[in-house]
Write a protein that binds this ligand. Sequence first.
Ligand SMILES: Cc1cc2nc3c(=O)[nH]c(=O)nc-3n(C[C@H](O)[C@H](O)[C@H](O)COP(=O)(O)OP(=O)(O)OC[C@H]3O[C@@H](n4cnc5c(N)ncnc54)[C@H](O)[C@@H]3O)c2cc1C
Length: 329
Amino acid sequence: MSQVLKAAFLGLSHRRDVYRFVMRHDLLRNMAWRYVAGESVEDAIAVAQTLNSQGLRVTLDHLGESVTSATEAAAAADDYLHLLDEIAAAPADANISLKLTQLGLDVDPALAHFNLSRVLERARLHGRRLKLPDDEIFVRIDMESSAYTDRTLSLHAALWDAGARNVGVVLQAALYRTGQDTASALERGVRVRLCKGAYLEPAPVAHPAKSSVDRAYAELAEQLLLHGRYPAFATHDERLIHHIQDIARRERISPDRFELQMLFGIRRDLQLRLARQGYRVRVYVPYGRQWYPYLARRLAERPANVAFFLSAFARESLLSRSARSAGAT
Ligand SMILES: Cc1cc2nc3c(=O)[nH]c(=O)nc-3n(C[C@H](O)[C@H](O)[C@H](O)COP(=O)(O)OP(=O)(O)OC[C@H]3O[C@@H](n4cnc5c(N)ncnc54)[C@H](O)[C@@H]3O)c2cc1C
């Protein structure tokens, strides 16, 4: 049932009337600030420094996706260069996460490649200056819907083959193909963040039930932990985190050989507890003005959020329909 609600909600979230509804309602806008650090780079750095002071690492995401022109893509890359400058100046213990459609993947893959190369170069430059381990500020390419998986992995492979090492990928346990993608990442020594997958996917490509996604996650996590290069496990699912901890203990894999990653605003108690126990915990901190698609994905993950949202939207739609028909008489 919760999968059906999630699908209905994610489908609805693309409609313009739903977008306008969210923007009109302070309550919903305010829900965004639970998950998003703020609109400016200063907000993001301030949150990163607070989290750092609590023993948590950070990855910063300047929100934005699906740009439709080369100019917008170049501006998004410039924003990331500025973010890297600010991370280095602060300094903050922060990596960055970005989306290729933000850097122009839909316009032209060569454009996204060019923009990402500029970002990687700046990340290396600051990494060397700050004398960070491996001379790098690490750059993670977030994974978008399955329509982008091939193009994202190909672009990463091209950079990797050209010698870039401060860049990693995300694989989604929800997709059937992820077993093969994991095997090829392991073979090449690519750094992987494993997540469940936040997008509404067509039946032929993705596990239909949450329980099978969780099973796939557990299996993939074991492979990455045993054979991967500094894997990152992105989840708030305590059962999966225990599973990862159990394997690490059994195989004598020390906690500095992997990361546990969680989203800003979700399970803060667990983030702090794990960090206190000596695990490396990295918090994904998004910021920026284009927070709506990110908020929609976070709301879709909780049945309670979805039910609340859908009932408010239905109520307002009914009210405005009856107001329109009253006006017509
Ligand atoms: C660091 C990080 C990076 C990510 N990067 C990507 C990416 O690149 N591509 C991608 O497709 N997905 C990404 N995701 C999202 C991921 O795919 C899941 O959609 C999301 O993490 C929820 O799944 P879960 O593993 O926490 O498990 P779930 O079973 O969904 O949740 C486990 C528990 O976590 C809590 N929880 C989960 N979500 C919420 C929420 N929204 N609000 C409040 N509580 C919640 C609840 O207590 C829930 O019971 C990322 C997630 C993280 C943590």
